[in-house]
Design a protein around this ligand. Structure first.
Ligand code: NAD
Length: 305
């Protein structure tokens, strides 16, 4: 099997590349390294250092003729999208269209897209399913939602098969302390220098934290399942920031200094995605609980100081 992973030098993409190589796939990465890191790139993969918006990226897809394209390359920073909506749209919308056109022309058998819970915006519901109203509250959420619509229309017009995966808050080794959902990476980075951790609000806000290898497994399951489906990939469990802090203190073996600051305007209190559809359609379920995931991530951060 031949595959292309866009964003394969990034946090999630690099783990996906590792798993695909282990499965014996020939893996090509398209990444301009704007946020990705060379150290994360599996030496058995072929790295093409290109922008997904370029003609060169298109030519590579046409030349490689992959069986599947995993499209993870993105401007993945919510704050950056609000500061620079044009750049966000260029990468996340126009870049996706470029990769879609090439995938259509190369007769790719499956296009698998990394979408996000940010498409729902600040819905006041605590447990979201895929058919919930989407009202993005950031340009990032909007650009990802728009990319989803292009993907669906490429199927309607050209029969390019797809699966859209909407991830909850992903964490794990190689995540940089920025971008989407990186609170655990931010905390672990501060702990390395024994710095004080800063929490917005009272810490009782909850998120659905999912370990990166579970996201990888869902992507691989989508190779053969979930055609023309939009599916949430999550633990369906709420974990509070205070709970993360307590667990980290146990792993760290000492007390963690924490300051609580004013809540960030616009931050949602609780966010949790229902994963029933993923279990039924992809025959997938999360396997790494928060304690094991935090332990692995903590060890990675300590080793890589
Ligand atoms: P990341 O920033 O680590 O990875 C993105 C990769 O895309 C980087 O390697 C970067 O260099 C590359 N890239 C960016 N712009 C590019 C361009 N114009 N051309 C080529 N390459 C480019 O982010 P991540 O956390 O690994 O996220 C991967 C995907 O998953 C993204 O699409 C993101 O929106 C989505 N996602 C992430 C999370 C999360 O919690 N991390 C949650 C939901 C969805």
């Amino acid at each position: 099997m031949k595959v292309i992973v866009t964003g394969g030098a990034g946090f999630i993409g690099s783990h996906l590349v590792d798993a695909l190589i282990l499965k014996g796939a020939e893996v090509h990465i398209l990444d301009n390294l704007v946020a990705g890191q060379l150290v994360s790139v599996n030496p058995k993969a072929e790295l093409h250092e290109v922008d997904i918006c370029s003609e060169e990226a298109k030519s590579i897809i046409l030349h490689v003729k992959p069986d599947a394209v995993f499209h993870l390359a993105a401007q993945a920073d919510v704050g950056m999208s609000v500061q620079n909506p044009k750049y966000d749209a260029d990468v996340n919308i126009k870049g996706t269209i470029n990769i879609l056109e090439a995938s259509r022309d190369a007769r790719v058998k499956k296009f698998i897209f990394a979408s996000t819970s940010a498409v729902y915006g600040n819905l006041k519901k605590e447990f979201l399913s895929e058919n919930e109203t989407t009202i993005p509250a950031s340009y990032y959420g909007l650009s990802k939602l728009t990319a989803e619509s292009y993907i669906r229309l490429f199927y309607e017009l050209y029969r390019l098969p797809y699966t859209i995966l909407r991830y909850a808050n992903v964490y794990g080794p190689r995540q940089l302390p920025k971008g989407e959902g990186g609170v655990i990476a931010v905390f672990l980075n501060r702990l390395k220098t024994d710095g004080t951790l800063s929490v917005h609000g009272d810490g009782e806000q909850t998120r659905d934290f999912i370990y990166v290898t579970d996201i990888v497994a869902a992507n691989i399951a989508a190779l053969d399942r979930g055609a023309q489906q939009t599916i949430q990939i999550s633990t369906s469990k709420k974990t509070s920031i205070n709970d993360i802090l307590k667990r980290l203190a146990v792993i760290h073996g000492q007390c963690i200094q924490t300051v609580f600051t004013a809540p960030r305007e616009g931050d949602i209190k609780h966010s949790c995605l229902n994963n029933e559809k993923a279990q039924n359609v992809l025959n997938w379920h999360p396997t790494v609980d928060i304690l094991n995931g935090l332990n692995e991530t903590y060890d990675f951060h300590q080793r890589n100081s």
